[in-house]
Design a protein around this ligand. Sequence first.
Ligand SMILES: [Fe+2]
Length: 137
Amino acid sequence: MPQIIWDNSLSLGIREIDDQHKVLIKLINHFLEEIEKKEATVYLVKKAIDEMETYTHTHFSLEELYFKAFKYSDAPAHIKEHEHFINYVADLRKKYSPKNAFSLTSEIVSYLSAWIINHIKKTDRGYIDLFIKNGIR
Ligand SMILES: [Fe+2]
C-alpha cells in the first residue's frame, strides 16, 4: 500500500492544523512501514494503534475546542465524523490480539488512509474561513 504524500491538496492554509495533520499522516505512514517490514513485531503494530489513538484525541480536541469557541454551525456533523474514527480505533483495539495483528493491518491502514484524506480534503475545509476569521493561523 502506498504511503500518503503530503501536498497542497491536503493543506488547509492554517499552520497549526496543517502541522497536526502532517503528524497524523506521518503516523499512518509509519504504521505502513511497520507492517510492511517482515520483521515487524506485534508490539509495534500495537504501538502504532496506541499512537494513532493518542494523537487523534489531541487533534480532534483542538478542532472541537475551536468549533465551540467560534460557534461553528457544522460542528455536529463534523464531530460525528470524528466519533466514527474514534469508534473504529476503539473497535480495533477490541478485535486486536497478538494472533490476528497482522491479518488486521491491511484493513486498518486502508481505512485510516481513506478516512484521513477524505476528512482533510472535504470536511475540514468547511471551517477554514471561520478559523482564519478568528485569528487561527
Ligand atoms: Fe476534523
